[in-house]
Design a protein around this ligand. Structure first.
Ligand SMILES: [Zn+2]
Length: 107
């Protein structure tokens, strides 16, 4: 389970920065994904199973990109699995990753 509390993640990034430590995060909002046993989609629907929506990952990725920008900390997103994370709809956030001063902060 990833760090769900944004205040805790903000503090962790802030405290890790002067130590030169990169944090690793499993991005999934557990409240949004609650009760899901597989990815949400046509297959979960056909099987009658509760799915874990892609948005649960996307929201946390977006949140943590903003926290990295705020704190100057460094973060690695582990095993991202949704396609939308790299779509043009998220371009402003991902430009944070590409800016020269921050390009090494998010991996
Ligand atoms: Zn994980």
């Amino acid at each position: 389970m990833g760090v769900q509390d944004p205040s805790l993640m903000r503090r962790a990034l802030t405290y890790a920065r002067p130590l030169g430590v990169r944090l690793a995060q499993h991005c999934e909002d557990e409240l949004l994904a609650a009760g899901g046993s597989m990815n949400e989609g046509a297959v979960s629907s056909r099987l009658g199973l509760v799915g874990r929506p892609a948005l649960a990952e996307e929201l946390m990725v977006q949140r943590d990109i903003e926290l990295v920008a705020l704190t100057g900390g460094a973060l690695h997103f582990m095993h991202l699995s949704t396609a939308r994370r790299s779509s043009s709809s998220h371009k402003p956030a991902f430009e944070v990753c590409r800016s020269p001063s921050r390009s090494r902060r998010i991996t």
